[in-house]
Structure formats: C-alpha cells, structure tokens
Design a binder for this molecule. Structure first.
Ligand SMILES: *Cc1c(COP(=O)(O)O)cnc(C)c1O
Length: 425
C-alpha cells in the first residue's frame, strides 16, 4: 500500500507482527548467538542476512534507518553516530587518496572543516564553489579525478536554497553522483532524490530528533546511480574488495551496493555506530516530524515577517519571505515551507548583534539548531570560529549574522522576546 509522508512517519520501517511490541523495541545487545559456526560464518561472508555484532548492524538502528529511507524515497539507508560521520562516510565511500570532489562553499562549518582540513590530510581534495554560479562556470571545477558533488538543501547557517536540479545536471554530466545534506529541510519539506539527487545525508541531531536528546546521522542511497556504467571512476564499488574475499559490491548487491559497502567496510573499520538507544529517540522523533516541521515553518515566517518590519533590524534571510533572494527556489523545492531556521542582523554590525543576543530571555544561546526550543547563535563567534575572514565571506557569513532557530513556542511570545531585546539596544 503506498502511503503519504505523514503516514510513513508513523508506520514505515517497523511493522510489528501478531503479539509483538507496538513501539520499536531497543535491541540493547552487542551480539547475537548462533547454533553453528557455519551459520555465523555465512554472515561474515555477507552470504546470509542477519545480525551478529552491533558495530555492523542492529535491528533498532536498521528499522529507524529504513523509515528515513522510506521518507526520502530512497532504496536503502543507514544510521551513523553523528551528522559528521554521515557526511564523512557519504564521501569517503566513493573517494580515496588521490581523488577530488566538489562542495558548495555555503555549508555547515563542521562539514567545511572536515572537507577542507581533515579529508585533505587523507589525500582527498575538495574544491569549494559558489553554488549560485551558472552551470557553465561550475563545470570548470571538474577534474579527471572528481568523484562527487556535495551541497545542502538549505544551507546552515545562511539559509540559501540549493538549485538541486542544476547540481544534478552538473554531477551527472560528469559521471558522478550528487550528495545532498537534507538536514534543515527534512524529507517532510524536500526529498532531493525526487529531483535526481543520488545520496542524501542527515544530521538526525536536528529536526529528526527534534528535542535535543541525541546526536546522530543518517545516509540514504537512492539506488539510482549506475556505478557499473562508471566502473573506472568507482573501483571501490566495481572491483573486488580484498577485505571481503573479493566481493564486487555493485555486482553482488546492485541498488544496495553503496549502503552495503558503507556498512561492511566503513562501519566495520571506523565504527561510527549510532547507539540503539539513540536510534529509538530518532524513531520517536520521526513519528511527529511532519507536525512539528509545519509549526516550525509557521512560527519562523511570523518571526521573519516581524523582524523584516523592525527599524533596528539590518536584514533578514528567510526563504519563505516573498522578497527573499531564494524565494523562487524555495517555492520550487520547498513548497510546504523551508525550515524553522532564519538569519538576520541588527543595525550596528557585529558587536550590536552580539549585544542584542545577550538581551533575549526566551530564546537561548546554544550550539544547536532545529530544536523544539528556540535557540540562536552567532556563527562568526561560534560554529564558524575556525574560519578566516576570507573563508567567512566565501561561505556567505557576514560578521553580524545571527542564526535564529525558531522553536515550537507560541509565535507571539517569541516576537515579544525579540521586541524587548530590540528595544533595549
Ligand atoms: C549539525 C549539522 C551537521 C553535523 O551533524 P552532527 O550531528 O552535529 O555531527 C551536518 N550538516 C548540517 C546541515 C548540520 O546542521
């Protein structure tokens, strides 16, 4: 039975049988027992399906991942210990030393550091591009060893909207997949795979959890990218894996190749597993995601409209505002609303923005975003502190930018809080 996204939030991934628990159980076990040595050997050879050790797979994790994959319209999914691990695995699964990939320069600061500093140490080079450039300009950044293109549906913290179809055309015309971090939009508001993206990642720490209780990540593969058609570009998927008795992932697992490789190889070796307890929170968060996201967006639009009209506010970026520079892209890719995150600055520059933040009483300063409670931070002083002035400019982060993540409180209360803060500066 095909169902709508709201129904999938509740029912996908775990379907209890007769007399089984109604809620997704937590398999709080590191290991599984088997009757014979051969039974377990078949699992190690990837010849049989089943569980043997939680670092590789755990039913609670798998069922929560299956729900996220269903919501994204993907073929298969997996959970990781964090959003950072998800983005690292997503790229490292197809890039190795000597390879190159392209990422939008407007991405989350943690991802920027991962790609620019840490992956460079592994011999993987990333070129950061201005995602608003025309296609012909962006095409110039491809090299013979380019293996992937990466962007965020709605960028953290600048709230720009990625032109997913433009990036799909660019990636595919160069024979590589597009990876999209869909954390802010969530599958309720945008499903990049429906627009042609190949792989989707999440920091489940944000809206999917929604209550600031668990750090986690997810990767979903569409199953649509034809690795075999680009066999020479992706030897990790199309030639024998010596660490698995010569398995060729793309041949043996077809549409499941990418996630199977990421699980069998990367999770085996790096061990960035999400705890089953956290996977349970993720699943619980997903059950109400569609209701929460709608309210986040309604509240954010009310707050953005108020700020836009206030004389002490220098500027506001929120894609759902009709005169926002990303409104056309938002209407196309995010017709139900973008997210609860907006950014703005008060008049008077960086110091005034910081002074204003300290005056708020309801919204709290927190290194978090996309939470049920309204929170805010100053990227230039916090999440993007490691970036130079030049890198901040390239990432589109002006020194006065305040990232304001609208929660589920009453919008009038949030506006009153902002109004009193603006009054006293
Ligand atoms: C927070 C975030 C990440 C990193 O996720 P963690 O769960 O904190 O590791 C990656 N991408 C985006 C867009 C984020 O907002």
């Amino acid at each position: 039975m095909s169902t709508q996204i709201e129904t999938k939030c509740l029912h996908a991934g775990y379907e209890p049988g007769n007399g089984e628990p109604r809620q997704l159980p937590i398999w709080q076990s590191t290991t599984w027992k088997y009757a014979t040595s051969d039974d377990m050997g078949a699992l190690f050879d990837l010849e049989a399906e089943g569980y043997f050790y939680t670092r590789l797979q755990n039913p609670t994790n798998d069922m929560a991942a299956k729900k996220i994959a269903a919501l994204e319209g993907g073929y298969a999914g997996m959970l990781t210990s964090s959003g950072q691990a998800a983005n690292f695995f997503a790229v490292f699964n197809i890039c190795e030393a000597g390879d190159h990939f392209i990422a939008s320069s407007s991405i989350y600061g943690g991802t920027y550091n991962l790609f620019m500093v840490t992956m460079a140490k592994m011999g993987i080079e990333c070129t950061f591009v201005d995602q608003t450039l025309p296609e012909e300009e962006l095409a110039k950044y491809f090299k013979p060893n380019t293996k992937a293109v990466f962007g965020e549906t709605i960028t953290n913290p600048t709230c720009s909207v990625l032109d997913i179809e433009k990036f799909v055309r660019l990636a595919h015309s160069h024979g590589v997949p597009l990876i999209v971090d869909n954390t802010f939009a969530t599958p309720v508001n945008c499903r990049p795979i429906e627009w042609g993206a190949d792989i989707v990642t999440h920091s489940t720490t944000k809206y999917i959890d929604g209550h600031a209780v668990s750090v986690g990540g997810a990767i979903v593969d569409s199953g649509n990218f034809d690795w075999m058609a680009h066999a020479e570009t992706f030897p990790g998927l199309t030639t024998p894996d010596e660490s698995y008795h010569g398995i060729v992932y793309a041949e043996k697992f077809g549409k499941g190749a990418y996630i199977t490789k990421a699980t069998a190889q990367l999770m085996r070796d790096f061990g960035c597993i999400q705890s089953p307890q956290n996977a349970f929170y993720v699943n619980t968060g997903l059950e109400s995601l569609h209701v929460r996201i709608q309210r986040h967006c309604e509240n954010a639009l009310a707050v953005a409209t108020f700020l836009k009209g206030h004389e002490k506010v220098a500027w506001v970026h929120y894609p759902d505002l009709p005169d926002d520079e990303y409104h056309e892209l938002a209407k196309k890719y995010l017709p139900k609303g973008s997210s609860g995150v907006l950014c703005f600055a008060v008049k008077g520059g960086r110091d005034k923005s910081i002074e204003f933040m300290d005056k708020l009483k309801l919204a709290t300063i927190a290194t978090h975003v996309a939470d049920a409670r309204t929170c805010l931070l100053h990227p230039a002083s916090h999440t993007h502190r490691q970036l130079s002035e030049q890198q901040l400019i390239e990432a589109g982060i002006s020194p006065d930018l305040i990232r304001y993540s609208v929660g589920l409180e009453n919008a009038d209360d949030l506006i009153a809080d902002l109004a009193q803060g603006l009054d006293v500066i």
